[in-house]
Write a protein that binds this ligand. Structure first.
Ligand SMILES: Nc1ncnc2c1ncn2[C@@H]1O[C@H](COP(=O)(O)OP(=O)(O)OP(=O)(O)O)[C@@H](O)[C@H]1O
Ligand SMILES: [Mg+2]
Length: 317
């Protein structure tokens, strides 16, 4: 007989034994009151003679959030005119392609150790290269084995990713978090356009983008909205990677809020600019999250794997 069953049976017999009496039990509570607290409302009380059925009946597990199904073919398509200078990883070859490919390999290695899909990119202060790294990493991931990548502009105060991709910033994350739009309505993909060139035409179809959106002065409050976690959970089954750009972590807490829903955090430090204590404080602000490591961005003498061997950096595909 199960312990739950025994407890229910004991409670039932105690209830019957104390009915009509007002006995005081040692802790000072009237036994009637004590049993009442324990009682299952009439109508839901199990039939104790049907022990077997009661034991095997599994309770229905209700998910607190039922994610809507997503068909990427239904995501709205818009004209994108990417900025190839700010998105060097879109190019066919070159040092940036090589560096982002190295970063991508490290991230793949980390995924071999722990589950990793959603990565927030942040840094201590403004202008250290968060958006540059987030967008180029997303492109680099999207050109590897046809991976499906979702890039989210989580900097709802100063969103810039739409400028790199050359598309509209609205509607976007802020509209979704405010409950003004559904997930699919704030997503966008590049429409097939010959203007994208051979390389862009091959890579951008794997990229889905959520821009910053209309946050206005509500941006700070929106970052703490539980709908962000719901978005990540709902989108996860449809993408290989989710990359989230964010605000600097020292002046405002938005990135710390968003990081709670992501599997890992990548911190950016800008070569010759970011001071060590700033990097340390950024790391400390995000200590509750899984910090994957630092990206040292914009250093003068980036190691170039290809040229080291006397060749140009290898062509990606
Ligand atoms: N490795 C790089 N090589 C060349 N330019 C870069 C590099 N990294 C960043 N930049 C340039 O520096 C400027 C700031 O970069 P970015 O916007 O990515 O910083 P940010 O940390 O996102 O800033 P903010 O906190 O204001 O959002 C941009 O003009 C960007 O193109
Ligand atoms: Mg930025």
């Amino acid at each position: 007989m199960s312990r739950i069953y025994e407890a229910l049976q004991k409670a039932e017999s105690e209830r019957k034994a104390t009915q009509g009496s007002q006995q005081t039990i040692p802790n000072g509570l009237r036994s009637e009151a004590a049993v009442a607290e324990y009682e299952i409302p009439v109508g839901q009380r199990p039939d104790l003679t049907r022990e077997r059925e009661f034991e095997v009946e599994a309770p229905e597990i209700l998910s607190p959030y039922a994610a809507p199904a997503l068909d990427l073919n239904n995501v709205p398509r818009h004209t994108w005119t990417p900025n190839y200078t700010q998105l060097p990883s879109l190019q066919e070859r070159g040092p940036a392609v090589e560096q982002f490919r190295s970063l991508r390999s490290r991230i793949h290695e980390l995924r071999d150790i722990h589950p990793l899909k959603s990565i927030l990119v942040s840094s201590g202060l403004p202008q250290e290269g968060k958006s540059f790294v987030a967008a180029n990493l997303a492109v680099s991931l999207a050109r590897h084995k046809n991976s499906k990548v979702l890039l989210i502009d989580g900097d709802m105060r100063r969103y810039t990713l739409h400028q790199l991709l050359g598309c509209q910033p609205h509607p976007g994350l802020a509209d979704y978090l405010a409950g003004k739009a559904e997930m699919i309505e704030v997503m966008q993909r590049a429409e097939d356009a010959p203007a994208l060139g051979k390389q862009g035409a091959a890579i951008l179809p794997n990229l889905t983008f959520i821009a910053g959106g209309n946050g206005g002065d509500k941006a700070a409050d929106l970052s703490g909205n539980p709908r962000f976690g719901e978005l990540i959970r709902a989108a996860s089954p449809y993408f290989d990677w989710i990359i989230v750009d964010s605000s600097p972590v020292l002046p405002v807490s938005d990135a710390v809020n968003l990081a709670r829903s992501c599997d890992g955090v990548l911190l950016v430090a800008r070569g010759g600019v970011t001071k060590f204590p700033v990097a340390q404080r950024a790391q400390s602000e995000l200590k509750a999250s899984n910090i994957l490591g630092f990206v040292l961005n914009a250093i003068e003498q980036a190691p170039q794997v290809g040229t080291y061997y006397g060749y140009d950096a290898e062509k990606e595909e």
